[in-house]
Ligand binder design. Structure first.
Ligand code: SAH
Length: 373
């Protein structure tokens, strides 16, 4: 089996591409042209980067550099316009990436579509779209309600594989710059903060190369507290979302065992100390499970817990799946839960599931071909 090649171009930043150019005896501006061809123009192969002299292109292929966009092995389209992509990587591992087009009435920025009906989308009629990006093959975090957890973790994705998912989807959907209607959420398979270096490098390439501003990106963590502080120190960074899902340690440790390592006190302190930008808020995601964490009392505990954090809440009714023992609450309960939080002064939105019929919704990504067969 091949491991991710160290001769993959996608994922290299300008400095690293400059090094490649130097090796070929080319001046530094050739690296900038290469960077532009890879990330801005998203050309499928180096041969197509016509600004580069043929000699440099030949040298690159003689060195067996690969361009490195993940291969779309399969894709599934939902009735709501969502498309789930199964992507094959160079070592044959597979990951999933989700394309979610929205009407004109969704809430921008973090893939949420609060309190609105999603306009039925077909083909390429969309006002705004969100790409849900994976950060690892599988996941090590073991949240008890998430299908990805059942896989365990195989490996981290490289920065090139993270950027490559976005490029593969944009190409497949025929989206060309300027990408002002595209949002990214790092909420696919894996825990981005357990692959922090590659994740943040990918963010920089997506901002500086592909051209998606970091203000239109959101990263979600299960609560890897030291990396929350690290994110706060980054100049270029997505907005922060934290998967909360329980407002007391006893329940959260049961549902999200990572809470035993970094409990709610540590998590909420990190959220309070997170350096927010102008008008920015932290999003807390709360997966509602019937009879487990969806009572009035639970809602009041949530409001109490996050008091003093500049935050909003996204409620997600559990998306069910095989091997998950928890149940989805009915809509009435979800709405009542939302109202308690709103009355307590917390902006709270309900995230409607996208692409449940094709197993593309939150917590359903499991890189199975059988799931929709
Ligand atoms: N590892 C990161 C990002 C991936 S999960 C994290 O945990 O935040 C993205 C979101 O999906 C998280 O908020 C997670 O709690 C939620 N989720 C996981 N399983 C789910 C399920 N079965 N139904 C609904 N949401 C789920």
């Amino acid at each position: 089996m091949k491991s991710p090649s160290d001769k993959t171009l996608l994922g290299l930043d300008l400095q690293e591409l400059t090094h490649v150019a130097e090796q070929a005896g080319e001046p530094a501006y050739r690296a900038r042209q290469l960077f532009h061809g890879l990330y801005v123009d998203r050309l499928g192969s180096v041969d197509e980067i016509s600004t580069l002299p043929q000699s440099f292109r030949n040298w690159i292929s003689s060195q067996r550099f690969e361009q490195g966009v993940p291969y779309i092995a399969q894709h599934f389209a939902s009735t709501d316009g969502t498309v789930r992509y199964l992507m094959r990587l160079s070592d044959n591992e597979t990951i999933e990436t989700v394309w979610m087009p929205e009407g004109d009435d969704g809430e921008a920025g973090d893939g949420s579509d609060a309190g609105t009906e999603i306009q039925k989308q077909t083909g390429r009629e969309w006002k705004r779209a969100t790409i849900c990006v994976s950060s690892q093959v599988g996941c090590a975090v073991n949240c008890q309600f998430c299908l990805t957890a059942l896989l365990g973790v195989k490996r981290n994705l490289t920065a090139g594989e993270i950027v490559g998912q976005v490029i593969a989807v944009l190409d497949h959907q025929d989206v060309s710059p300027p990408l002002e209607r595209v949002n990214l959420v790092f909420m696919g398979m894996g825990e981005p903060f357990l692959n922090f270096e590659n994740f943040i490098k990918a963010v920089r390439l997506l901002v500086e190369g592909v051209g998606i501003p970091d203000s239109r990106m959101t990263v979600s963590t299960a609560g890897i507290v030291p990396r929350i502080y690290d994110l706060g120190n980054e100049g270029i960074r997505p907005k922060l979302a934290i998967s909360l899902t329980a407002a007391n340690d006893e329940l959260r440790s049961r549902l999200m065992p990572i809470n035993r390592k970094w409990n709610l006190k540590h998590l909420i302190t990190a959220a309070q100390e997170f350096p927010l930008r102008n008008r920015e808020k932290i999003t807390f995601e709360y997966v509602l499970m019937r009879g487990v964490n969806d009572s009035d009392q639970d809602a009041r505990e949530v409001a109490e817990l996050i008091r003093g954090v500049k935050a909003k809440i996204n409620l997600i009714a559990l998306n069910p799946g095989p091997g998950i023992e928890y149940k989805t609450p009915d809509e009435k309960r979800v709405n009542e839960f939302q109202q308690i939080l709103i009355r307590a002064g917390v902006p709270t939105f309900v995230r409607r599931p996208r692409g449940r019929d094709i197993y593309a919704a939150c917590g359903q990504l499991k890189r199975t071909l059988e799931a929709t067969a």
